[in-house]
Design a protein. Structure first.
Length: 95
């Protein structure tokens, strides 16, 4: 899963870099180029924010799932411990 995200990030950054180079070397006026760079900067910020939000959602989901599994395992261990304790008490009473 990490490889897929790294690849996606590489494509996004490569596309942005290519766009930036294209804007810088295009035969346009300075004002047009500055406006294009400003627009591109806004797009980069938006994409980074989207990636950050996706990361937050994914990490929060992973945290919740992991926490639930840990508590479930803890409950099972406690149940097994209590069962073992009951069996031990019953065996101790027989002696």
């Amino acid at each position: 899963m990490s490889d897929n995200k790294d690849t996606l990030l590489g494509f996004i950054l490569g596309g942005l870099l290519g766009t930036l180079l294209g804007v810088l070397y295009a035969p346009k006026s300075g004002k047009e180029t500055r406006n294009n760079i400003k627009k591109l900067g806004g797009e980069i910020v938006d994409r980074v924010n989207d990636l950050g939000n996706d990361f937050k959602e994914t990490s929060h989901k992973f945290y919740k799932e992991s926490r639930d599994k840990i508590y479930s395992g803890k409950d099972k261990i406690n149940e097994a411990f209590e069962d073992g304790k009951k069996i031990f008490e019953e065996l101790s009473k027989k002696d």
